[in-house]
Design a protein around this ligand. Structure first.
Ligand SMILES: Cc1ncc(COP(=O)(O)O)c(C=O)c1O
Length: 393
């Protein structure tokens, strides 16, 4: 096994998996790991879920791709389903979270131009993550991710997250803002949860200013927080999502309602693969299964996980805060803790660390109570070992 022919853009761990089942991933040698990351919020129904496998198999043997030159009945059914769960009216399907945000950015600009704004701007947040394509990277609030890619795409105004006064100030300074793009909870930014009424109040400000409210639910969508979309109740104009929509099959969507839904007309946007029969049949099975099997229990499971984490982690004296909603949780430690990833791996547990000192947990939503307890016990051991090493050094 050699990675010398891969561009070295990832700091990969020395581990490969051969198969997966539920919350478990197994190496070719038969070692099992409890996956508390779900392939970064993707496999919300776990690995090898029979409903997903069956839909993929069935559609792969029937019809995989035709292009959007023709009508695709299963794409139309998926669009209807997603509009019903989100309160949106139209869908554009693409293949990744970054592309779904590109669509939202282009849509906002078209909307602005249609209203006579010559240089439409989009308000974005510090520490946001919206993807790696040039426009979504420009919208991202992480200078490390942007390093070396100048000139970035113009037209973004940045303010601190969860700060409505800053939004009001920007409104006064930039009359050509046409939209706000925001994550309901910042995932990559360290599982930052804003004030309870943040999105509602942002909605009111958007209404006052005539701006579109666009929610990036690439990470928070598809049941992760206990609702299909974390911010749908704030009545956004646009929602983007990807990750959990295909449970591992690459499919993404930009949903819109009202004027926003009419902004992109024939020939103004497109992608060859977007919304092909294979992706849409898979996503339809995912949406159904999430709604029927997984989402109703997410809040309760999240509460159990928090409680067990508190029991296991507080004795280490290193935990500043446990935050999140449903099954997106961030454990904020008193100090940077990248090492915890390896220490957890030694315990047979897969986790991730973001923003330096936040252990991020995104387990499959189908995790059982016993597996939740095991996750907390294993993480407790890893953090206790981290604390011991910190003391010794
Ligand atoms: C909130 C958010 N938006 C966009 C993206 C980019 O998605 P993708 O990697 O599928 O392009 C991510 C990925 O982590 C994300 O968390």
């Amino acid at each position: 096994m050699s990675d010398e022919h891969l561009m070295p853009v990832y700091a990969r761990q020395p581990l490969a998996f051969a198969r997966g089942h539920g919350v478990w991933l197994e190496t070719a040698e038969g070692e099992s790991y409890l996956d508390a990351l779900s392939g970064i919020a993707v496999c919300n129904l776990g690995h090898g879920h029979p409903a997903v496998v069956e839909a993929l198999r069935e559609q792969a043997g029937t019809l995989i791709h035709t292009s959007n030159l023709y009508r695709i009945p299963v794409q139309e059914r998926l669009a209807e389903r997603l509009c019903a769960v989100s309160g949106m009216e139209r869908a554009f399907f693409c293949n990744s979270g970054a592309e779904s945000n590109e669509t939202a950015i282009k849509l906002a600009r078209r909307h602005g131009h249609a209203r006579g704004v010559e240089t439409p701007r989009i308000l974005v947040m510090d520490n946001a993550f919206h993807g790696r394509t040039l426009a979504s990277l420009s919208a991202t609030g992480n200078t490390r991710a942007q390093e070396g890619f100048a000139p970035l795409v113009e037209g973004f105004v940045r303010v601190p997250f969860d700060d409505l006064a800053a939004v009001e100030k920007a409104a006064g300074e930039y009359p050509d803002i046409v939209a706000v793009l925001v994550e309901p909870i910042q995932g990559e930014g360290g599982v930052q949860v804003p004030a309870e009424d943040y999105l509602e109040r942002l909605r009111t400000l958007c209404d006052e200013q005539g701006w579109l409210l666009m929610l990036d639910e690439v990470q928070t969508g598809n049941g992760r927080t206990g609702e299909y979309f974390a911010g749908a109740s704030a009545r956004p104009d646009v929602i983007t999502t990807a990750k959990g929509l295909g449970n591992g099959f690459p499919i993404a969507v930009c949903l819109a309602r009202g004027e926003a839904a009419e902004a992109l007309g024939p020939g103004s946007h497109g992608t060859t693969y977007g919304g092909n029969p294979l992706g849409c049949a898979t996503a339809l099975a995912v949406v159904d299964t999430l709604e029927n099997e997984a989402i109703p229990a997410v809040r309760e499971k999240g509460e159990r996980l928090r409680e067990k984490l508190r029991e296991q982690l507080e004795p280490t004296g290193l935990v500043r805060e446990i935050r999140g909603r449903g099954l997106i949780l961030g454990i904020v430690l008193e100090r940077d803790c990248a090492e915890v990833v390896e220490l957890a791996r030694d315990q047979g547990l897969l986790v991730n660390v973001t923003a330096g000192n936040v252990i991020r947990l995104l387990p499959p939503l189908v995790i059982s109570d016993e597996e939740i307890d095991l996750l907390a016990t294993r993480l407790g051991r890893a953090v206790a070992e981290f604390a011991r090493r910190q003391e010794a050094s």
